[in-house]
Design a binder for this molecule. Structure first.
Ligand SMILES: NC(=O)c1ccc[n+]([C@@H]2O[C@H](COP(=O)([O-])OP(=O)(O)OC[C@H]3O[C@@H](n4cnc5c(N)ncnc54)[C@H](OP(=O)(O)O)[C@@H]3O)[C@@H](O)[C@H]2O)c1
Length: 242
């Protein structure tokens, strides 16, 4: 049987690192994102299929479901935002946008893929992305912290609801060097200070989270569900020596 995995955000920093790893391991991939040329190039390289669209557009999910109707071993939702501002500078549209892209989009993606995930005879695995900011308080993170907190709640609820056939886990990264974090890391001094704020003294690499996602998709994690796994250089729960 074809080993098929669906990755929303498959052309992004973490999504692309994961797609390359899974493809090398013999998985067939379906990728989703907004940028047609980025997806086309990667799909060509990995012999994958893809759908172009925005997770804020409800129609995207049914289009993806139509494209992926066979058994699906895994679904990864690696789409997100980092919109950091003081509380007073967020509008209600900003809050709703962050919630839609990070949390409601993940729920809609799982709903649409459920028939295909249920067809996987040996069971399926869903991997979502929360954040260190849903576990520890950081200034200016009100909107993304709230949205990623919702992802953690979604992970627990669906892990309970979909067991035993479908496992649901989330990864909670700290700052990881991807296009999403580019603006925060554009100043070398700031990037260096942020790296040093991690007990393991570096920023995340896309492969750090991608390796965890590959593990959560694999048979090796077949007794793990309902977990929010920190991939954060120790930033979420350690004080460090300084
Ligand atoms: N990087 C970090 O520091 C960090 C920290 C904590 C949590 N995370 C989480 O980790 C996950 C992966 O992040 P990343 O760093 O790999 O981000 P990234 O490099 O920006 O990649 C995001 C991917 O999602 C797609 N995407 C973005 N907005 C979309 C939308 N509205 N509709 C459809 N596709 C959309 C992007 O492609 P297009 O632009 O083509 O649409 C891209 O493929 C996210 O959930 C993020 O919140 C990251």
């Amino acid at each position: 049987m074809e080993k098929r995995i669906l990755i929303y955000g498959g052309s992004g920093g973490i999504g692309k690192a994961l797609a390359k790893k899974l493809s090398a391991d013999g998985f067939r991939l379906h990728l989703v994102g907004r940028n047609n040329s980025a997806l086309e190039k990667l799909a060509d390289e990995l012999d994958a299929t893809f759908t172009v669209g925005d997770v804020c557009d409800e129609e995207l999910f049914s289009q993806v479901a139509e494209a992926v109707d066979g058994p699906l071993l895994g679904l990864v939702y690696a789409v997100g935002t980092i919109d950091l501002r003081p509380l007073n500078r967020f509008s209600s549209e900003d809050f709703v946008r962050d919630f839609t892209i990070n949390a409601a989009g993940a729920a809609r993606a799982i709903q649409a893929a459920l028939p295909a995930l249920k067809k996987a005879e040996a069971g399926a695995s869903v991997v979502l992305f929360s954040s260190v900011a849903a576990q520890k308080g950081f200034g200016f993170h009100a909107s993304v912290g709230m949205a990623k907190g919702a992802v953690s709640g979604l992970t627990l609820a669906l892990a309970a609801e979909l067991a035993p056939k479908i496992r649901v886990n989330a990864i909670a990264p700290s700052l990881t060097d991807t296009p999403l974090a580019k603006r925060l890391l554009s100043n070398e001094k700031t990037a260096d200070a942020l790296a040093r704020a991690h007990p393991l003294q570096r920023l995340g690499k896309a492969s750090d989270a991608a390796n965890m996602a590959a593990f959560l998709l694999s048979e090796q994690s077949s007794w793990i569900t309902g977990q929010i796994l920190a991939v954060d250089g120790g930033r979420g729960n350690l004080q460090g020596n300084a």
